[in-house]
Design a protein around this ligand. Structure first.
Ligand code: SF4
Ligand code: SF4
Length: 368
């Protein structure tokens, strides 16, 4: 067996569904990525700019390296909702994929070493320092779609990517995965915010996933209603994709995290110092406590309830984060603005608010 085929076999043996090999070199999308950054479509993800050179040329990650072993792990499962109906992106419902994929990559590296693949290696999980979709498409794991993701005939858009950079010079995978979007544009038409502004082109600051996960500041007011039920991430462009239909139910692979299986928005909004404990091992730690509580506050404004009204009033008065108080004010104004008790509470909160930005926001919500 040749060395490339052996490496791919080992990748499947350690549990990856998909595997292919790309050269350790700038991928096809490098120029497109530079243009995307230059147009400022990455929002506040400054780390992408800071790491631009490393991201574009992966040789800087492993100067002795020659090959990227690209792997995929399916995570398709039925639509996921909290007990109160709020939505969470399916990939985030269970155990943190960074840990699962990362540990499997380490196992792969050990197994390869035992097979005589010597030298240094480096694992990468998630988009961080690598244009992973472009490398993966070069390695035959799927084709780059109009939704700016990677599609595979069996797993559709529902699979995680990981990469193992290795020293050995392996023959890259030849055959591209068959398929194309054809005349379909369902994702572009369905995107609630127009973030997919052209085929394959994403304006991150308009994307619900970006806003609810990456953005550390307030969600722009003009986008908040369009978040709808999405409290973390958004699957709309994947759910309408014909390649996502008929994918296997792999829910048991990642399970459901207790903070998502048993809790709802009110619980998320009122989470305190126990945030790290309650969300340990979940991708929902990424926006941190204030970001997740902000998301919960906004969705409670889109899904009014009496319990939600009480929780928003408490957050408006007592939450230590201006981000959460501001979002609570918006939601109270939107969902309960006709309630005289709520108006009075907003006025009282305005009187004692020390943060200038939140005070202005409350004024705006009272005026509306
Ligand atoms: S994740 Fe949601 S908001 Fe972002 S591009 Fe897809 S459909 Fe649009
Ligand atoms: S919804 Fe249609 S256009 Fe969008 S990624 Fe899927 S196949 Fe391509």
């Amino acid at each position: 067996m040749d060395r490339a085929a052996l490496a791919l076999d080992v990748a499947r043996e350690v549990g990856f569904d998909l595997a292919g090999i790309a050269p350790l070199a700038p991928p096809p999308a490098a120029e497109r990525f530079e243009g995307w950054l230059a147009e400022g479509r990455h929002g506040s993800m400054e780390y992408l700019e800071r790491n631009r050179e490393r991201i574009v040329d992966p040789r800087s990650l492993l100067p002795e390296g020659h090959s990227i072993l690209c792997v995929g792990l399916g995570h398709s499962r039925p639509a996921f909702a909290l007990p109160d109906g709020a939505r969470v992106a399916r990939y985030a419902a269970g155990r943190d994929y960074h840990n699962v994929v990362g540990k499997r990559l380490e196992k792969l590296a050990r197994r390869l070493a035992a097979e005589g693949f010597g030298g240094p290696w480096r694992k990468v999980v998630d988009a961080g320092p690598l244009l992973e979709r472009s490398h993966a498409s070069r390695a035959g794991l799927g084709f780059e779609s109009r939704a700016a993701n990677l599609l595979h005939p069996e797993f559709g858009p529902w699979f995680f990517l990981g990469e193992l950079l290795i020293e050995e010079d392996l023959v890259p995978t030849e055959a591209p995965v068959p398929g194309s979007c054809g005349t379909c544009r369902a994702c572009l038409d369905a995107c609630p915010t127009g973030a997919l502004f052209a085929p394959g082109r994403l304006h991150a600051p308009d994307c619900i996933s970006y806003q609810t996960i990456e953005n550390r500041g307030p969600v722009p007011r003009e986008l908040r209603e369009r978040l709808g039920d999405w409290a973390f991430g958004c699957d709309v462009c994947s759910e309408v994709c014909p390649f996502g239909a008929g994918t296997p139910d792999l829910a048991e692979r990642f399970g459901a995290h207790p903070a998502l299986r048993d809790e709802g928005l009110v619980s998320w909004l009122t989470v305190g110092e126990d945030f790290s404990t309650r969300f340990r091992g979940s991708p929902l730690q990424r926006p941190r406590r204030a970001g997740l509580a902000r998301n919960a506050a906004i969705v409670l404004g889109n899904r009014p309830s009496e319990e939600g009204r009480r929780a928003l009033l408490r957050a408006l008065s007592f939450d230590p984060s201006p981000l959460v108080r501001e979002a609570s004010s918006w939601s109270l104004g939107r969902a309960h603005g006709a309630d005289r008790g709520v108006r009075a509470a907003l006025e009282r909160a305005r009187g004692r608010e020390e943060d200038g930005g939140v005070a202005l926001a409350i004024d705006r919500d009272l005026a509306q």
